[in-house]
Design a protein around this ligand. Structure first.
Ligand code: SF4
Length: 729
């Protein structure tokens, strides 16, 4: 039967194009209608938020329904491609389990009893409670925990309210010690995305970095391109990762001994004269202190500590030395391992410096010197009390030490913390020692959570504020400082579904109710962004059309006579021996200290990423859950056999303190050392509202009852727990 456009529109209801109609029309039908020429697609550029990489995406919309996401070809982080998770953005948008309206708790905390509320009521309640806390205890008694795009809305809100007690797990539970280690050495961190020039490398070194499983889009593209162009790969990992499968040299190191290997490599580079003398003469200081401090770190010594044969340690050091400076020593990302993580990161940075790879092609390139002025905002009030979020750690930055806020919440000292505002982070899955997090939550007068999904922490809240997904909202402009300067726009692809609202709107509405409207002096977020574009001298119209603009920058990303590096360290040079650390009473050159190994019958618990998930955030995503439904515990095949365990059977994990996991399937494999087990992080969420992922897989964080705090940055080393496996009864 030939269907005329008119008949089709009438019978399908597509012509009315209301949102309810659009979501009710099956996608297959829309695609057919498009093919038949009856409806036309629109394409809207934005950028992805399924992880923090911020890849440019282009959404294809048919009759108000998003049917496809593609990588934006002009965007540097995606280059026309999205990873599997990025494609899962549609799954998030249409997940039936999303938070749909504001909710107010009517039961005990954590009982999961909520009633629907209007935005006016929910925001009114939050504002009233926040005002009460301020009146009774001062504004510092409210703390903000945040991650990702929501930070751009709620950090100004809480700063205007008067608190600087801010904790971001991205620092103390992730890349904090790495950034501090590089800052102490080079005066700046390695960037995010890391400025690794793998595309031009002759040798790439990954230490505990499972790129490919850790799916950072453009970085994985550069990695594979670099390998394709002939780069040699050295992978240090106690697990035979996907990346290890591509390596010329796999070093299955004894967990917790990485610093011994790094110091031995540094020693070999020095004693064999493979360091870049002119580069160090010009840019670095502290060489002789370094050489002396590592002189005992021979390959034979390191073999005892690491289980890596001395000959392989020599061979890999020479591979680096002979190919310098085109050597990428990857700085890693999740660096919170054993509590001496700043010093391990310092060792990575020092090795990079010795090879002359900082600021050189094939090493770590320099960030563009360009910048964008985004406009001024009203200054925030000075804190009345000293913020608690550095926890007293000398090099903890403004991103804060989350567990320090948690501990102050429990103890009430040096002053009480009575309210937590949580956005974009699932604290129960991010912080070590869940019991302590629950204890702190139970002491609060107010817990507000802004989220898209009913995650574990959200379902503990007094008030849940449903944020719409990134495909339905504006967020702050993303400024990229890679080889060139770029600016990208997140804009709504469709209107918010259900009663969800964008973060900027929630923050502004709360500001109105907290008498802080002056800090949000615009009506819509688009208005704010347009004004920023005018100030920065870029065309908003072009940005809206293309999604991303690259601002031409004449400075090369590498060191040249015209483009000299600036090191913002105490000495103004690369510090091989750190003046700042020495002044504060720490070792100026990293010193290896042996860490405890698993007791008899136990395995070290390690964890990592899946290429198709971003922590707990995506475990319920219909598209991504289909690809990977629950995590597994990797155990060496020989050990599994000795324990009578078979592939695929369920076990429970019990740690040294008796903490027990949910059931998890065994993956018996030769791809892992015998003294450890491994699992993908983020599983075992408990809310029953997560219909696909509730109680699926095991929660590694529930087993992290112990952590080793880095005395320099206050970050929490979490690979210090040991587990045994118990067959399911
Ligand atoms: S790496 Fe993947 S999930 Fe992350 S922003 Fe890019 S496309 Fe999205």
């Amino acid at each position: 039967m030939k269907l005329s456009r008119r008949t089709f529109l009438k019978s399908s209801g597509v012509a009315t194009a209301g949102l309810a109609v659009a979501t009710a029309v099956p996608e297959k039908f829309l695609l057919w209608a498009e093919e038949a020429g009856l409806i036309k697609a629109t394409y809207v550029p934005t950028f992805c938020e399924i992880c923090f990489w911020k890849c440019g995406a282009i959404a294809k919309v048919l009759n108000g329904r998003v049917v496809k996401l593609d990588g934006n070809p002009v965007h540097g982080n995606s280059r026309g491609k999205l990873c599997a998770r990025g494609n899962g953005g549609i799954g998030l948008l249409y997940d039936k389990d999303r938070l749909k309206s504001p909710l107010i708790n009517v039961g005990k905390r954590g009982e999961g009893k909520y009633r629907k509320a209007s935005w006016d009521e929910a925001l009114g309640l939050v504002a009233e409670k926040m005002k009460g806390i301020k009146q009774q205890h001062g504004p510092e008694a409210m703390a903000l925990f945040t991650h990702g795009a929501p930070t751009d809305h709620f950090l100004p809100l809480l700063s205007a309210y008067g608190t600087q007690n801010v904790g971001m797990p991205s620092f103390a539970q992730c890349r904090g010690p790495r950034d501090v280690g590089y800052e102490l050495t080079f005066g700046e961190g390695p960037g995010s995305p890391e400025r690794v020039d793998m595309i031009n490398s002759k040798v790439i070194v990954l230490i505990g970095s499972h790129l490919g499983e850790n799916m950072h889009n453009s970085q994985v593209q550069d990695f594979t391109e670099g390998l394709g162009r002939g780069a040699k790969l050295i992978v240090v990992d106690p697990r035979f990762s996907i990346a290890a499968g591509k390596a010329q040299q796999w070093l299955p190191i004894r967990p917790a001994s990485d610093l011994a290997l790094l110091l031995a490599w540094i020693n070999i580079i020095i004693t064999e004269g493979m360091y870049d003398r002119p580069y160090l003469d010009q840019f670095a200081e502290g060489f002789s202190d370094l050489a002396q401090a590592v002189s005992h770190c021979t390959p034979q010594w390191a073999e005892q500590e690491t289980d890596i044969p001395a000959a392989q340690i020599m061979e890999t050091a020479r591979m680096m030395g002979q190919n310098a400076p085109a050597v990428t020593i990857h700085p890693g990302r999740h660096a919170t391992w054993y509590g001496d993580d700043v010093q391990r990161s310092r060792a990575l940075a020092i090795l990079t410096a010795l090879l002359g790879s900082w600021g050189r092609s094939g090493g770590l390139f320099m960030a563009t010197k360009g910048s964008l002025t985004k406009g001024e905002s009203k200054p925030f009030p000075e804190p009345g009390k000293e913020p608690l979020n550095t926890g007293g750690y000398p090099f903890a930055g403004a991103e804060g030490v989350t567990q320090a806020i948690r501990e102050a919440t429990i103890s009430g000292a040096p002053y009480p913390i009575k309210g937590w505002f949580v956005s974009g982070t699932n604290l129960l899955k991010a912080l070590p020692d869940q019991k302590r997090t629950l204890e702190a939550i139970n002491k609060l007068d107010l817990l507000v959570v802004v989220d898209v999904m009913p995650m574990d922490t959200a379902m503990m809240a007094d008030v849940i504020l449903p944020e719409c997904s990134y495909l339905e909202r504006y967020d702050a402009l993303a400024i990229g400082k890679g080889k060139s300067l770029s600016v990208s726009l997140r804009q709504p692809v469709i209107k918010p579904l259900y009663e969800s609202q964008p973060g900027w709107w929630i923050a502004k509405e709360l500001a109105n109710r907290l008498d802080l409207a002056d800090y949000f002096p615009w009506t819509t977020y688009e208005e704010k962004i347009k004004a920023q574009c005018v100030t920065a001298g870029i065309s908003y119209d072009d940005l809206k059309k293309l999604g991303s603009l690259t601002i031409p920058d004449t400075a090369a990303p590498y060191i040249t006579p015209e483009n000299q590096p600036v090191f913002k360290t105490a000495s103004g040079k690369i510090e091989l021996s750190s003046k700042e650390l020495k002044e504060k009473g720490f070792d100026p050159v990293p010193v290896y200290v042996r860490h405890p190994q698993p007791p008899e019958g136990f395995f070290r618990l390690t964890y990592g990423r899946s290429a198709v998930h971003t922590f707990s955030r995506t475990t319920n995503n219909p598209a991504l859950n289909e690809l990977y439904k629950e995590n597994e515990v990797w155990i060496n095949a020989k050990k599994a056999q000795a324990l009578g365990l078979k592939n695929g059977e369920y076990v429970l994990l019990i740690n040294q303190d008796g903490a027990k996991s949910n059931r998890i399937r065994v993956k018996a494999t030769q791809r892992i050392r015998e003294d450890m087990v491994y699992m993908v992080h983020g599983w075992g969420s408990t809310p029953k509202e997560l219909s696909r992922s509730s109680l699926k897989g095991a929660d590694d964080q529930g087993l992290v009852t112990r952590y080793a705090v880095d005395p320099i940055a206050g970050s929490t080393g979490m690979r210090v727990n040991f587990v045994k496996l118990q067959k399911e009864a």
